[in-house]
Design a protein around this ligand. Structure first.
Ligand SMILES: *Cc1c(COP(=O)(O)O)cnc(C)c1O
Length: 360
């Protein structure tokens, strides 16, 4: 019999929400933080055009994409790595800098894929308590162990939706040992860029990585394009464990064109924020606890895991799929992505009805 390694046999598959609706109901997925609208028409046109030459392998160095990112963000091209989604970068950087002799540390309610990456690398996964549901720099610093190799923090966080200020990230870096790699995952960075709290300059310290993605604000989740700014020496090591031809030609072309259409992306962020805040206000009025969000989703906190499950079931009965958060240590929460106005309206209506039922 063919057997996997003991290590892989012990791993569990990465859990996504089951995307299905009861018979006769339309499936409304608000479970993956996808954009509320398709990408810029320019991105669609560029990807379509790229299809005419896909007998050729894509640019393995992402030259045009890196140049465009470097121009837009004022960061050195030489420090940019592009990934098949930022998930590829998360996995590969973890493989390159952690193994069974060390640990990966993240806030308790961090993006669950950080744990998956640690498992891949066979590193121990440690967590630090949060301050409510916001990452706590003090708690992270207190949780550092002699064998800690990487600290992950998503800012804004997923599934929490909260963020900590730039000054706190600088303090974290200042007080962390210099042999610990700090990874700041800004998958939702575009939704809070209006605050002007960029942290790309931290990468210059030589021990910090900043990750971004085209999957959220740019609406290109299906294209799988992420990127990160790395210290050059670190980029060189991470590159060794990446797929050399990782992003399709269409994906690269779409990302470049999406970057060129900043107005479209800003519009997406603005209408997302507007709908998100209306949704949050409505749920709060109905008595739900919903923290403010800096992302394209809202996190609903219930009185118990049982209540969260009950609300999830009530939503699913009408085809609305939210994301349960047991994997992020928040079994009493549901995360709802900002979708179409009528989808959010239906979700709010169902939640209000469920709350009226007093099912808790
Ligand atoms: C969505 C998300 C990502 C992954 O994005 P891809 O670029 O689609 O792989 C990474 N980190 C966080 C925190 C996310 O929410």
């Amino acid at each position: 019999m063919i057997k996997p390694t003991r290590h892989v046999a012990r791993m569990s598959p990465y859990a996504l929400a089951e995307l299905s609706a009861p018979e006769g109901k339309r499936l409304i997925s608000l479970s993956q933080n996808e954009s509320l609208r398709p990408p810029s028409p320019q991105a669609i046109a560029a990807a379509t055009k790229a299809m005419t030459a896909v007998q050729l392998y894509p640019d393995p160095e992402w030259g045009a994409l890196r140049a465009a990112l470097s121009d837009l963000h004022g960061v050195p091209q030489s420090g940019i790595l592009c990934g098949n989604g930022s998930m590829e970068l998360i996995i590969c950087l973890t493989m390159a800098f952690a193994d069974e002799t060390g640990a990966v540390l993240a806030p308790a309610n961090a993006y669950p894929f950080f744990r998956t990456a640690a498992e891949h690398a066979r590193a121990r996964y440690d967590t630090a308590p949060e301050d409510g549901i916001a990452a706590s720099v003090d708690a992270l610093l207190a949780a550092v162990q002699p064998d800690t190799r990487i600290v992950f923090i998503a800012n804004p966080g997923n599934p929490t939706g909260t963020r900590i200020p730039r000054a706190e990230l600088f303090r974290l870096r200042d007080e962390l040992r210099r042999d610990i790699l700090l990874v700041i995952d800004e998958a939702y960075g575009e939704f809070s860029d209006h605050l002007g709290e960029f942290v790309f300059d931290l990468v210059g310290h030589g021990d910090t990585i900043v990750l971004r993605t085209f999957s959220k604000a740019y609406g290109l989740a299906g294209m799988r394009v992420g990127w990160g700014l790395f210290p050059e020496g670190i980029a060189r090591e991470v590159r060794k464990v990446m797929n050399p031809n990782n992003i399709s030609a269409a994906g690269q072309a779409a990302a470049i064109a999406a970057l060129a259409d900043q107005a479209y992306m800003h519009e997406t962020c603005a209408s997302t924020a507007l709908r998100r805040d209306r949704f949050i206000t409505r749920l709060r009025r109905a008595g739900f606890e919903v923290p403010g969000s800096f992302t394209n989703f809202a996190l609903i906190r219930f009185d118990s895991a049982r209540a969260a499950k009950g609300a999830d079931t009530a939503l699913r009965a009408e085809g609305v799929v939210a994301r349960a958060q047991g994997g992020a240590g928040l079994p009493d929460c549901l995360r709802v992505s900002v979708g179409q106005a009528e989808e959010l309206d239906l979700a709010a209506k169902l939640l209000e009805r469920w709350a009226d039922g007093g099912v808790i």
